[in-house]
Write a protein that binds this ligand. Structure first.
Ligand SMILES: [Zn+2]
Length: 451
């Protein structure tokens, strides 16, 4: 049965080779900073970057289905984007190459060894004035580069065949310690490695897009690098010369690669740079295993939808409470966040009660649904949506659009802790989301998933 099935799948892929239903184009641009610059994602850093461990990249894959519509997926070795910059990018892309907003997916690996970009976690860092200017220069150049790389990918379109399959890798660990009953138990993880292969008309591998639900936080020092997602892409590109490897982050809001050297435990210091390189190689091996086996051919058309959920915040603390906390706050970013909320309260008379939450969905015929969630969703979203829509043909990605906040599930909210409760301050948000957050997002996906 297994042999018959894999033969049928091979024939399905081979059959597509005669007349590929897709056109695909790829392009890449190096986005390594050209000067010392503050690195993103951690509040403890107190000075700009010191050297380069590895280059960082932005890569684009343009896909044209049989209807002639073009969609573009962008993968970047960055920590996140601001809403303003993403919307401005989408407008430029629409104007330049006619790709519609719902057909543009922009992912960040959430790499904590990448430069700070403008408007992303602005309260998190205390940048000296010359670094504010360096960040601004970097961000302006970056968005020009993104427009260019997207344009090149669209122009590079040529007949292609797409296929999909899930692999497995095991280094992501649920990092939450606040477990019911106080015991430290391993929480949920998603070890799937979704793999999308792009081959040319002759069947030669041209690009591979792969995902994993985990934070890119194996490195926490002062050197620029792509952390483990960057090393995974580099390992695949080294093994398949000429191929573009693109990483798309999954719903890894509560997942970390462990162990890792985080500056705290000196016994791990000798492993600091070896661990992320090893995690990268593990992930590359998982992708290679999938590429070497028969994969399911993807049919078109590519249906793209963009929806907007409205997420509500719980009641914010009253001004007196914010003032009391401000007086007691130690950490720089906590003081800045509380000051920001008080200032907003004074200026506007109230704090925001809700925020918009973009959800994107790409459906490849009946063979694959890619759910693209904004910000940092915890792993429960991935597990729930795959159970709902099918483990083999659902790909749940997070870290799309703006780095809005952690997106907790109801379970995580009820447990409390960092993701979605304490961590909301870092984003300058007034309070945790209400417990309906999970149902609101899942029902928005359901609405978009209707044919
Ligand atoms: Zn994060």
């Amino acid at each position: 049965m297994r042999i018959v099935l894999s033969l049928a799948l091979t024939l399905a892929v081979a059959g597509a080779a005669a007349e590929p239903p897709w056109k695909a184009g790829v392009a890449r641009v190096r986005i390594t900073p050209e000067e010392p610059i503050w690195l993103a994602g951690f509040a403890h850093r107190d000075r700009p970057s010191e050297g380069i461990l590895s280059d960082i990249w932005a890569k684009a894959l343009a896909l044209e289905d049989e209807t002639g519509e073009v969609a573009v997926l962008v993968a970047t070795d960055l920590v996140g984007f601001s809403r303003e910059d993403i919307e401005a990018l989408a407008a430029r892309v629409l104007q330049r190459v006619g790709v519609k907003r719902e057909r543009l997916l922009v992912n960040y690996s959430h790499n904590h060894s990448a430069p700070v970009t403008r408007g992303v976690l602005p309260l998190y860092y205390e940048l000296p004035p010359e670094q504010v200017r360096a960040v601004s220069r970097y961000t302006d150049r970056l968005f020009d580069q993104l427009v260019t790389v997207i344009t090149e990918a669209v122009r590079n379109r040529a007949p292609a065949q797409l296929a999909f399959e899930q692999g497995l890798a095991g280094f992501a660990v649920n990092r939450r310690r606040a477990r019911p009953g106080g015991r430290v138990l391993p929480g949920p993880v998603d070890h799937d490695v979704p793999v999308l292969s792009v081959r040319d008309a002759a069947g030669r591998l041209k690009a591979v897009v792969f995902g994993y639900a985990c934070h890119a936080t194996a490195l926490a020092g002062y050197k620029v690098s792509g952390d483990w997602p960057g090393f995974a892409q580099a390992a695949l590109e080294e093994r398949h010369p000429g191929v573009t490897a693109m990483f798309v982050t999954g719903a890894g809001g509560d997942q970390n690669p462990l162990p890792r050297y985080h500056g705290a435990d000196e016994r791990l210091k000798p492993y600091a740079e070896a661990l992320p390189q090893m995690y990268g190689r593990i992930l590359a091996a998982a992708v290679d295993l999938v590429l070497a086996a028969p994969m399911r051919a993807l049919a078109g058309p590519l249906q793209a939808k963009l929806g907007e959920a409205e997420l509500r915040f719980q009641a914010p603390p009253p001004a007196e409470e914010l003032e009391r906390r401000l007086a007691a706050a130690k950490a720089g970013y906590e003081r800045r966040a509380l000051g920001h909320l008080l200032e907003r309260l004074r200026r506007e008379g109230r704090l925001p009660e809700r925020c918009r939450y973009p959800v994107q969905l790409w459906r490849f015929g009946d063979s694959l649904t890619l759910v693209a969630l904004t910000g940092e969703p915890v792993v429960d979203y991935s597990l729930r949506l795959k159970a709902l829509y099918g483990w083999e043909k659902t790909w749940v990605a997070g870290y799309m659009n703006e780095l809005l906040a952690y997106i907790p599930s109801r379970r995580v909210l009820e447990e409390g802790g960092y993701e979605g409760t304490d961590g909301m301050w870092e984003y300058g948000l007034p309070a945790p989301f209400t417990p309906e957050v999970e149902e609101t997002i899942v029902s928005t996906v359901a609405r978009l998933a209707q044919p």
